[in-house]
Design a protein around this ligand. Structure first.
Ligand code: PEP
Ligand code: MG
Length: 422
């Protein structure tokens, strides 16, 4: 049993300078923890709803109403109460909200309390946070994830200069986290130098720290990534693979066609285009190749991608158990992008995870484009044995806090997480 003594909420700023929610929880015996939650920009329609203030302040993004949820109804219901475990608290929070998408109290408020409880429970048990997350699963096998790191950005994370949202580099999983980061650094520096030379401008970066040169097409983004890998002295395929977040929900047209880099494509034409990328480049995964509502064509895309390329669902599934079950029934994907704030509590994210794992899916544990310096996501990825972690680029402290936490885990628990060198 863990008794929540006190709960506090605070509006803090995220990496876009927008407000987000932080919570502080005091539990017996005198344990005090704080946590903050992230926020997306390319948001799926089925995501749990954040509570935002609207109006002029912070362009409507203020979180005072969400903080009021924590200080008011949530504190009244959970402070000075004892909870058996994470599920017990999370169920109470969902019941208290009562809406299908957490719109009453706000998913940002609810998640902050759910995560604060996780951090507090780990501290009470004198556990590392990753071990606590692992203990929530029926079988616990913490492991270090493979990095998938944002190199170039477009879409909603940049200025929409190209339609696709992220092109990522994925170093070999035989490497330690420290060596994966060193490889990524070299590729990133070469990509920045190529971009500066070709576009005569200092590399501008996007929300997640990815480079955002004025590419004319997505194809140019792929070509430049391959060039940067080669310039860094690595072999594409053997040393490094690529991954893409097409984020096509954000350029689908009202009648179901897609507007990619100024061209209108029918779904099967977009599938052809993606299949062509996967034939030309070693692609680990294609995320949101089709839009969140295009259930009919997702299975076609999955069939077209060979076994080496995962069909990764983000907006399609929104870390939502019901949508994941549907995607499994449709054979629409074979990998889940797991974002805890898409569903709103740790326990519901765990259920989403277990359903996907049961179906044999791979898991990529993901940050959001609006992040804070909090590093709990790294522990989640390790505790839940994420196949990949997607945190953004290797610049900007809100991204680095997660990479640095992975480095610390790797270092401090070396014997538990050693990797075979190639
Ligand atoms: C994504 O789409 O995978 C992503 C991380 O972006 P956002 O947080 O803006 O949804
Ligand atoms: Mg995505």
């Amino acid at each position: 049993m863990i008794r929540i003594e006190q709960l506090d909420g605070l509006e803090v700023l995220d990496s876009r300078g927008r407000p987000t929610v932080a919570a502080t929880m005091v539990v017996k015996p005198g344990v005090r923890v704080s946590i903050s939650v992230p926020s997306g920009a390319s948001i799926g329609k089925a995501e749990a709803q954040e509570l935002r203030d609207g109006g002029r302040r912070f362009g409507g993004f203020g979180c005072r109403a969400a903080i009021a949820s924590i200080l008011g109804p949530i504190s009244t219901a959970v402070a000075r109460e004892s909870f058996e475990n994470q599920e017990h608290l999370d169920t109470r929070l969902c019941e208290l909200d009562g809406s299908p998408n957490k719109s009453h109290l706000g998913a940002n408020a609810i998640l902050a309390v759910s995560l604060a409880f996780a951090r507090a429970a780990a501290k009470v048990r004198k556990q590392e946070l990753f071990d606590y997350f692992a203990s929530l699963l029926p079988e616990s096998r913490p492991a270090l994830p493979q990095l998938s790191v944002n190199l170039f950005s477009g879409g909603k994370h940049a200025f929409g200069q190209v339609s696709i949202q992220d092109l990522l580099v994925v170093p070999s999983k035989c490497l330690s986290i420290a060596d994966q980061l060193a490889v990524v650094y070299e590729v990133y520096q070469n990509a920045a130098a190529i971009a500066a030379k070709r576009y005569q401008s200092r590399a501008l970066t996007a929300d997640e720290g990815g480079l955002a040169p004025p590419f004319k097409t997505s194809a140019e983004m792929f070509e430049t990534a391959a060039e940067a890998v080669e310039a860094a002295g690595y072999q594409l395929g053997a040393d490094i693979r690529l991954a893409v977040d097409v984020a096509s929900s954000h350029f689908v047209q009202p009648h179901g066609s897609y507007r990619l880099d100024g061209q209108t494509l029918r779904p099967n034409e977009l599938i052809d285009c993606i299949a062509q990328w996967a034939e030309t480049y070693p692609l680990v995964s294609v995320e949101d190749g089709l839009s969140e509502d295009d259930w009919t064509h997702w299975p076609d895309l999955r069939k077209r991608l060979n076994d080496g390329t995962l069909t990764l669902a983000d907006d399609l599934t929104c870390t939502n158990p019901e949508r994941i079950r549907r995607a499994i029934d449709f054979a629409a994907a074979n990998a889940l992008l797991l974002k805890v704030n898409q569903i709103g509590t740790v326990s519901e994210a765990k259920n989403a995870y277990l359903i996907a794992r049961e179906a044999g899916w791979k898991i990529s544990v993901s940050a959001r484009s609006g992040e804070t310096e909090d590093d709990w996501l790294a522990d989640l990825a390790v505790g839940w044995n994420g196949d990949f972690i997607k945190v953004g680029s290797i610049t900007q402290s809100e991204r680095l806090s997660k990479y640095n936490r992975l480095l610390t885990i790797e270092h401090e628990f070396e014997s538990r997480f050693s990797r075979l060198q190639p």
